[in-house]
Design a protein around this ligand. Structure first.
Ligand code: IN0
Length: 419
């Protein structure tokens, strides 16, 4: 199915990536986890990680040394905090109390919460298993995770009491609490593990930008989903230039204004890219590089897809699996990272219109990103112009390979069943 989608979209090169990935030849996400050597509670934590996220779980399990368990626990603890913030069935007073005190629950072996209806409620119901593993981490890691939970809980409590995100400064502040702090915490874990330089953990501005770029992209992409759920994260300072109510963008007659608002927010998110490039260029450990690079390339791909796209207001804007896998496999060094980012920047450029009120600001950041993503060979950028003949040839080869592989796989599985 994914193969057909890539082929029909005119990107047969993604078929190669999908096959490579399915055949297990992807070191980027090759797990270094040995579940049989783990204690049952840590094994449970990895099960939760695998249930809550997809690609993220894979790159986390490929992290080196004690960083793997620390990031796994950090992620689950943050998931638990996020689940409290999201749960609209918790009375406001109780929620504020829980958000402020959340970091203290890490030290309480008995704390759990059984009254959530959210999809990830298991991390709250089985919090004792997670907090038990938290208390086994080295003290430095525990201090980082606890400090981030304290600051994030307080920040979330501040925004839970407000009805919306007002100014652009508020937007940055909200994103700092829910994602920038994650970047700051992770960077301190990287430095604390000694796999990365101390500077990575000390430069909180760059770490913050890493999180802001991801979170702003999520907020832009999730316009419709958040509207349906009765949530608004687009900053009033921007949308009020184009509409009386944020929900007006759902009406099709508003489409030009909606697109201009969307493009202004995409432009704002792109302003973080220079910091992202600088942060990434400082990373030295391969597993940390992959872990950080994958969400960033997914984000720029999502932004490029969203730019000037009316689908943001009518449905879901998604990256094809073939495209995602191709990026995951290739985002392993700075040269490739630049080469992956650049075509998305060009995709945005190709969709720009001079009538757009943000045109000149968008142009300026697109130019900057162009310069920052200059590569020696521009190898990964040759991908758009493939003739129908190429497509057909690749399709035939892919179909044959697929047939061969599924048979081998079938035989292999049945062989395992019998023995
Ligand atoms: C993350 C981030 C994340 C990873 C690596 C480096 C980071 C540096 C700064 C900030 C965040 C960083 O990555 C995940 C990615 C993820 O979960 N992807 C989903 C797909 C999706 O679309 O949701 C998947 O299933 O793979 C992320 O989005 N967040 C996150 C949370 C905790 C940690 Cl420890 C790291 C969430 C967020 C809000 C963007 C910070």
């Amino acid at each position: 199915m994914d193969l057909m989608r890539s082929a029909l979209a005119g990107h047969p090169e993604e078929i190669y990536s999908l096959l490579k990935f399915k055949l297990g030849g992807c070191e980027t996400v090759q797990t270094k986890c040995h579940y049989d050597q783990m204690c049952p509670s840590m094994r449970t934590c990895y099960q939760y990680l695998n249930q809550t996220s997809r690609s993220f779980a894979a790159v986390t399990q490929a992290l080196d040394g004690d960083l793997r368990d620390a990031v796994c626990i950090f992620y689950l603890v943050l998931r638990a905090l996020d689940t409290v913030e999201d749960d609209m069935t918790i009375p406001l007073d109780t929620k504020l109390d829980m958000l402020h005190n959340f970091y203290t629950y890490l030290q309480d072996p008995a704390w759990r919460f059984m009254d959530s209806n959210e999809k990830d409620k298991m991390v709250l119901e089985d919090f004792p298993t997670i907090s038990q593993e938290f208390r086994k981490l080295k003290p430095l890691y525990q201090e980082v995770i606890s400090d981030i939970c304290r600051r994030m809980g307080a920040g979330m409590a501040e925004f839970v009491q407000r009805s919306d995100v007002d100014t652009l400064a508020d937007w940055d502040k909200y994103c700092h609490y829910v994602a920038g702090l994650v970047g700051i915490g992770l960077s301190r874990l990287f430095s604390g593990s000694e796999f990365e330089d101390q500077l990575v953990g000390e430069d909180t501005d760059l770490a913050n930008s890493m999180g802001l770029f991801l979170q702003k992209t999520n907020i832009i992409r999730d316009y419709l989903e958040d509207q349906v759920d009765g949530r608004e994260f687009w900053p009033r300072q921007v949308w009020s230039k184009y509409a009386k109510k944020l929900s007006d963008f759902r009406q099709s007659e508003m489409s030009q204004n909606a697109l201009w608002c969307l493009n202004e927010l995409v432009t704002n998110a792109l302003l973080h890219v220079p910091d992202v490039m600088k942060y990434m260029s400082r990373l030295r450990n391969q597993s940390v590089f992959n872990f950080c690079a994958i969400p960033q390339v997914m984000a720029i791909a999502t932004l490029a897809r969203c730019y000037n796209n009316p689908k943001v207001f009518q449905g879901v804007v998604k990256i094809r699996k073939g495209e995602a896998v191709k990026m995951m496999i290739n985002a392993t060094n700075m040269e490739n990272f630049r080469g992956i980012m650049r075509p998305f920047c060009e995709e945005i450029f190709s969709k720009m219109s001079q009538q757009d009120p943000s045109y000149s600001v968008t142009m300026e950041i697109v130019e900057t990103i162009r310069q920052l993503t200059e590569t020696k060979h521009n190898a990964l950028t040759i991908q758009t112009t493939l003739s129908p003949l190429h497509v057909s040839c690749v399709l035939v080869v892919a179909a044959m390979t697929w047939q061969y592989w599924t048979q081998i796989h079938w035989i292999y599985e049945h062989y395992l069943d019998w023995h």
